[in-house]
Design a protein around this ligand. Structure first.
Ligand SMILES: [Cu+2]
Length: 401
């Protein structure tokens, strides 16, 4: 069965090369205007550097599961500054990344995000559009929301600029919203967060009884230093159904009603790949599809900000860490405060996240015994890589002395 699927994939790859050889493929564009309004919107003292430009390209590809299976995926990769746009489609074909490249911005920046659609190399019979949806984010304009019913989507061979003004700090996520169940299951998901202006305060500024130091970072504009951290680690939870991915690669009817995920992932990896450092090769022409580490490493005494999010379309997950208290300071991109400013942050030993939810968790490593701790899903049936019993949604938290 698998050989037949692989064979059909290769056949379509040949067809795709024939279909994509025309000059129309060389026309993707990028909109990236200069910052000329003279306003310092991000408050860093420089009025000419508030505009941020990014360029994502949608395509298909393969990701490597911890048991060695290659899964066919749809996904995004990033066209980096300086890349030749007339070569970008060729360079990013079969370049889908899981999760998609992380987007991190500063409050007050103005973001021009170009999205290009390179089509699917393995499925040239499909002509799906794509979009970018900043989940939970109050958008600058509804037209950039990414919902295909009412906003723009990016057709094959087309490029489209999105514009955002990130004004609310917090941990978000992004995904394609076209045929959302299918495209999210197939891997079009990524991490997104906004850092607060409080990071840019002059050293010595009092925040309640706390005094801001140069380089000190915060999750939110808390006013009291309570969300301060030394290192941030975004961990996106996800899961995949290999039957759905195989059916998509093999031009078979997609079993939506039977969707039942059997790979449970942190930043696109199952244990023990979660403890591997550096990108994971996917076996295709030296490509790397899983580029974001999911091992947490900190020196004893550091405060670690975990930016947790869940973009599984079928499962919710309860996350725990053996031996390290979790202090939850934010939920769904909002600081945990009441209307009158009452501190609603709390200590816990587990955090449950449904699809589309996020949480900001501080790990205070003061006094911990150096060594390796484990962050894992408490739904024990998710500690597996398909039929492999030991693996799944677990990673290491390494505390260095
Ligand atoms: Cu899509």
């Amino acid at each position: 069965m698998n050989a037949i699927i692989r064979h059909s994939g290769a056949l379509f790859a040949v067809l795709a090369v024939a279909l994509t050889a025309g000059p129309a493929r060389a026309t993707i564009t990028q909109q990236c205007p200069l910052d000329t309004d003279g306003l310092d919107t991000d408050g860093d003292g420089n009025a000419a550097d508030d505009v941020v430009c990014k360029h994502m390209i949608a395509s298909d590809g393969f990701v490597n599961m911890a048991d060695g299976k290659l899964l066919y995926v749809f996904g995004f990769s990033e066209i980096l500054p300086g890349e030749a746009l007339d070569m970008a489609v060729m360079e990013h074909t079969l370049g889908a990344e899981e999760p998609a490249p992380t987007m991190a911005f500063r409050e007050g920046q103005r973001v021009y995000l170009t999205v290009s659609n390179a089509g699917f190399m393995i499925r040239p019979d499909l002509f799906d559009p794509h979009s970018i949806h900043w989940h939970g984010f109050p958008n600058a304009a509804p037209i950039f929301d990414g919902m295909p019913d009412s906003t723009l989507t990016v057709k094959m061979d087309a490029s489209q600029p999105y514009y955002y003004e990130p004004i609310d700090p917090g941990t978000y996520m992004y995904h394609c919203h076209v045929e959302a169940t299918e495209h999210i299951q197939m891997g079009m998901v990524g991490q997104l967060y906004v850092r607060p202006k409080q990071n840019l305060l002059p050293p010595g500024t009092p925040l309640g009884s706390f005094v801001h130091r140069a380089g000190q970072k915060y999750a939110y504009n808390d006013g009291d230093g309570s969300t301060r951290y030394d290192i941030e680690v975004p961990l996106q939870l996800d899961s995949m159904d290999p039957d759905f991915h195989d059916a998509s690669e093999g031009v078979q009817p997609l079993p939506f009603a039977l969707m039942d995920d059997r790979y449970f992932l942190i930043n696109g990896r199952g244990y023990p790949d979660t403890a591997r450092r550096g990108p994971i090769p996917n076996g295709y022409d030296g490509n790397f599809s899983q580029k974001i580490d999911s091992q947490v490493r900190a020196r004893r005494g550091q405060r670690v900000l975990l930016r947790l999010s869940n973009l599984s379309v079928t499962k919710y997950f309860t996350i725990s860490i053996q031996g390290i208290p979790m202090h939850v300071i934010g939920q769904d991109a909002k600081i945990l405060r009441g209307p009158s400013g009452l501190d609603l942050s709390y200590d816990t030993n587990s955090v449950m996240l449904g699809a589309g939810e996020s949480a900001d968790v501080i790990l205070d490593t003061t006094g911990l015994v150096p060594g390796t701790y484990f962050l894992y899903v408490t739904n024990l049936n998710f500690l597996s890589n398909d039929a492999e019993d030991t693996g799944g949604m677990m990673t290491e938290v390494v505390i260095l002395g």
